[in-house]
Design a protein around this ligand. Sequence first.
Ligand code: HBI
Ligand code: FE
Length: 292
Amino acid sequence: MDAKKHGLAAGDAGRPDNADWTIPQGWEHYTPQDHATWKTLFERQSRLLPGRACDEFVQGMRDLPIGADAIPEFDRLNEVLMRRTGWQIVAVPGLVPDEVFFEHLANRRFPSGNFIRGPHELDYLEEPDVFHDVFGHVPMLMNPAIADFIQAYGQGGLRAQQLGNLTQLARVYWYTIEFGLLQQGDGLRLYGAGIASSYTESQFCLDSPCPNRIRFNLERVMRTHYRIDDFQESYFVIRDLDELLEFTRIDFAPLYQRTQAAPALQPGDVLPQDQVFTRGDGRYHAARRKGH
Ligand code: HBI
Ligand code: FE
């Protein structure tokens, strides 16, 4: 992104001067092209999500001042979000260090990239941009269970970092908040922001015969590596969003001990004790490994 354009007090490599890494959204600096990119992404994704995104996502989207025509103003989103769940969005220049990220979440502030991807890289993201963060995450932050769960993740993250358990905890976030599926009356739906904001993966995660869809189990997930460079090989399915609240009430210390001692699992592994919704055929990732 262009640091100057977005009003960054640019030190080295776009790092803002203040310790919490926040910057102004700089809404007035978005170009017509930026808004056009948002519109393309928004319309494309809005067509896909009915029947795929969970009811809570659709409801959250409906209740927010968010639409196709322009990149939303964080201040306007915050008025609604703050009233609903006490969360607010703060602008950051991209990925921030783990402890900065956790500190924000623990205080119900969601860091959102202020920049938007270029028109020639609609499906390519090196760092979370405003479409991923606002379209993907903010509708779910309107839900009280998600609101409490992400705050608890921030608090747990600060502790886990000191204890050296961050790897295990980050897998929970990954397989829920970013790539989670849930059960709904008529079948599986997505609620993870990484898939809700992805044109290709929102289809792959639910429609493709390739990946595994496995009942979520906390310790199992804490042992499971994830892919950051491609579609997931396995998606984990929660019963409903309230299941996440149960995880905010338990002591993770014994879980860290057991899951660090147990053998790590590969992303595509399926265990005899797994409750499997769909056993994937693995063809997509097998072809990728062969270099097709
Ligand atoms: N920073 N802006 C931003 N967004 C993230 O999702 C993010 C981050 N920094 C660290 C991070 N995520 C993860 O590595 C932690 O959840 C472990
Ligand atoms: Fe995200």
